[in-house]
Write a protein that binds this ligand. Sequence first.
Ligand code: BGC
Length: 421
Amino acid sequence: MNPVHVSQRVIRLFFLPALLGAQCASSLAQPLPIDVLHWWTSAGERLAVEQLHTQLLLNGVRWKDVAIPGGGGMAAVKVLKSRVLMGDPPDTAQLIGATLKDWDDVGLVMPLTAVASRQQWAQTVFPTVLNLITYKGVVIAAPLGIHRINTLLYNRHVFVRLGLLPPTNWEEFAVVAQKLSGQGIKPLAWSDEAWQIATVFEAVLLGEVGPKRYRELIVNRKSSAWLSPDIDKALERLRWLRTISGEVPRERPWTESAREITSETAAMFIMGDWAKGELMAWGASPERDFGCVAVPGTRQMHLYSVDTLAMLRNARKRTATQEKLAEVVTTAQSQLAYNRIKGSVPARNDIDPASLDPCARDSWTAFAARDAALVPSLAHRMAADEATKDAVAQVLWRFLINPQMQVNEAKRRLALAVRSP
Ligand code: BGC
């Protein structure tokens, strides 16, 4: 077990009961359980959840875990739907981006405006994040952290050994890839899971067309915009990236790809920076063992996915405790502790970036910049509802697994998919 893991367990097992004991006399006689439905099940994600658990216990809230395995949350969303249909929504759920608003429309989500104003989120939370969690003038979720999707992780040892520099554009990437292949190392770890393909594609697309066009395509989702020639390059590049490793691609969890980076089977990996959290959970260090740069062509752009927790209405009526949970997870202390492990960065503007690791510092600084080029992730529900996201991911997946499909056909299908109801 790695040292972070050990120290976390030690704190929970030995010190926490004592700390809680000291506070019991005041308000914390019986920490109330709040069941939280989420999809954080990898090693790094588990450690990050444990950190939240710890912060909450110190404040008299007990996190009851309802973890549904499955990267990108496909299964968790289905479980949430069925629990709601059965009339038993959890107290809290990992609801993010556009889906948050969909659930609010059916009356499931509890308002958090009172918490937000008590905790002064208007002053401390980044405006882009606040905007994302505000619907019809009401704050409807607690922000946990900001992930950067346009992240390219690379193994520092391999790069140093072969005298390579992390690529900043696709020409450099191609040269690096060739050298790596020549040494028998896979240039890029790959999975054919639809959500992972969509994750890579949107980062490639951003690099190819820039933030303004990206917004037109992904945020405004103008069908005709998808038919123009600049999309061709992004689609062709996606096909190329899938093949450069020279092996038959297959669907596999993102953690397997991350494992290839630590074992030096592969040298690079394009994935949201939760993959950084994973590598750290396995004992790798972003200063020593691996590095992160923006996906080629996207330097200083931030393709974001913000993790948020929504408090749901149900028969248990634990409103006060749900509000407490929202309050605790958004304090500067919790945000720093949690995001340091999760791989993301605090959703707050009042932290010292010097206290972050180099990948996180880059991400937070790019997000906080006055003239920041911030664009929302489609693959991670920031820009459109679940159905649209799935429709786009399906088209991309089909385009990759069917080499007969022409680029023009894929574009036509994408133009339809972005308009899914
Ligand atoms: C979530 C992350 C999670 C990742 C992998 C993303 O959609 O925002 O928190 O780590 O999926 O499951």
